[in-house]
Ligand binder design. Structure first.
Ligand SMILES: [Zn+2]
Ligand SMILES: [Zn+2]
Length: 179
C-alpha cells in the first residue's frame, strides 16, 4: 500500500475506518464500509413473476413516498415508495405494459408501467419529465440502504400511516421537479 493510499483513507469519516497495527508495515486503516453515494451501484429489480427485470446503474438511495389516491389504487397499498432514477441509467426488459393516467391530483399525465404477466407495478414516468423514472422500491433485490427522503400528498394518506417527524412531508405536491 502506498503512503498516498493511507492518506486518502484517513480523510474518510472516522466511524467508517478501523485502525489496526501490523508489525511489518505499522498502522493500517481499514475501511469498514463505503459512504453512501461514494460509488455508483448496480441495483437490480424484478417483478413478482420474474419476467420483468430491471438493471439500474445509479447511486441514489433516498425514496420519494407518494400517498396520492392514484398510487394507492395502482399498488393496492396505502402508499408507494419510489427511487427516482435517470432513464438513461436503467435497462428494463420483459413484458412491460403501460397505463396512461390522466386523472392525477397533480394534473400531470403519468405513465404507469407494470408487468403484463403478473401485474406488479414496475415504474412510473411523468410525461413532461421524460428523463426520470420513478421505480417502485419493492422490486429491488437489495433494500438495506434505502431510506425515505420525502413524503408527498399526505392530505390523502391513510389514517393509520405514521410518518417519522424528521422526514419532510407535504400535504400536496412535494415539489420534486423531475427532468
Ligand atoms: Zn411479472
Ligand atoms: Zn402518487
Amino acid at each position: 500500500m502506498s503512503m498516498s493510499g493511507v492518506e486518502t483513507a484517513t480523510k474518510l469519516p472516522s466511524n467508517l475506518v478501523q485502525s489496526a497495527y501490523c508489525s511489518e508495515i505499522g498502522r493500517i486503516d481499514i475501511l469498514m464500509s463505503f459512504p453512501k453515494g461514494m460509488f455508483p451501484v448496480s441495483r437490480l429489480g424484478r417483478c413478482l413473476c420474474g419476467c420483468v427485470q430491471l438493471d439500474i446503474e445509479f447511486d441514489g438511495f433516498g425514496l420519494d413516498v407518494c400517498h396520492c389516491t392514484n398510487c394507492q389504487l395502482q399498488t393496492g397499498s396505502p402508499f408507494a415508495a419510489f427511487l427516482a432514477v435517470p432513464v438513461d441509467s436503467m435497462v428494463a426488459s420483459g413484458p412491460i405494459k403501460k397505463f396512461t393516467d390522466h386523472a392525477t391530483v397533480s394534473g400531470n399525465t403519468v405513465e404507469r408501467y407494470f408487468c403484463g404477466e403478473c401485474g406488479s407495478p414496475c415504474y412510473v414516468g411523468v410525461v413532461r419529465a421524460p428523463n426520470t423514472a420513478y421505480v417502485f422500491s419493492g422490486l429491488f433485490t437489495e433494500t438495506g440502504d434505502l431510506t425515505p427522503k420525502v413524503h408527498g400528498w399526505t392530505s390523502q394518506k391513510h389514517g393509520w400511516t405514521h410518518i417519522e417527524e424528521s422526514i419532510p412531508q407535504y400535504a400536496e405536491d412535494p415539489g420534486l421537479f423531475p427532468e
